[in-house]
Design a protein around this ligand. Structure first.
Ligand SMILES: [Zn+2]
Length: 219
């Protein structure tokens, strides 16, 4: 990540990134945010939720691994683990270079998630699930629809792994703001929903591109 963006995150969340310039023997955070600039907004949203949830949480390592974002931190609980895992899931929809909607890219055995412009193997297939989603009760833009499908996938996986009843997800676009309700969820589902909603409300619902907050430069 560009030094300016790295510094911006460090300044905005000093407690969370208190080890940013610490000894490499203590933390891997000393290597900074080891991923592309396209995930800046996603890391910003994760940082905001973690800080709000528990002021004792500190980041240990933030990096790209197997194409997606990995966010290691301590101490952990169900909510913070959910935020971290939801960010990993969501990062597969976001170009690591420029934040535009991404698809999986294989290049010489290397996996990455990149947009049409940065992905040589981009296959812009018509996503029939998104079409059926938009023809149903939801009225969401393209990127928010992709996000909703990803969230449903994560919640389904969580219910299967924990042998709990499926979570019912409802989404509403109210005056351009996304609201999601999850019926039957636990702390993990709450963390995942919070991450998806917070990110959705920082990006354009159709293009998926971040909306620059006042006074903040995205590079
Ligand atoms: Zn891109």
């Amino acid at each position: 990540m560009k030094p300016e963006l790295d510094e911006q995150l460090f300044r905005k969340y000093p407690a969370l990134y208190c080890d940013r310039h610490a000894d490499p023997k203590i933390t891997l955070m000393c290597f900074g945010f080891e991923c592309g600039d396209g995930w800046y907004t996603l890391i910003d949203v994760v940082s905001e939720l973690m800080t709000k949830h528990n002021s004792e949480i500190t980041a240990i390592q933030v990096k790209e691994k197997f194409g997606t974002l990995r966010y290691y931190h301590g101490p952990v609980d169900d909510y913070s683990i959910a935020v971290e895992q939801a960010a990993e899931f969501l990062s597969s929809l976001i170009c690591e270079i420029c934040s535009a909607p991404a698809r999986r890219n294989y290049d010489s055995g290397w996996i990455s998630f990149l947009c049409k412009e940065h992905n040589n193997n981009y296959f812009a297939e018509e996503n029939s699930s998104i079409n059926s989603l938009n023809n149903s009760m939801f009225d969401l833009g393209y990127f928010w629809s992709e996000m909703l499908l990803k969230l449903i996938e994560l919640c389904t996986l969580h219910a299967q792994q924990n042998e709990t009843p499926p979570v019912l997800i409802d989404a509403n676009n109210i005056h351009g703001k996304l609201f999601i309700t999850a019926v039957g969820g636990d702390d993990f589902i709450k963390g995942a929903v919070d991450l998806f909603v917070a990110y959705a409300n920082r990006v354009d619902e159709c293009t998926g591109l971040p909306i620059e907050p006042k006074g903040e430069k995205l590079g």
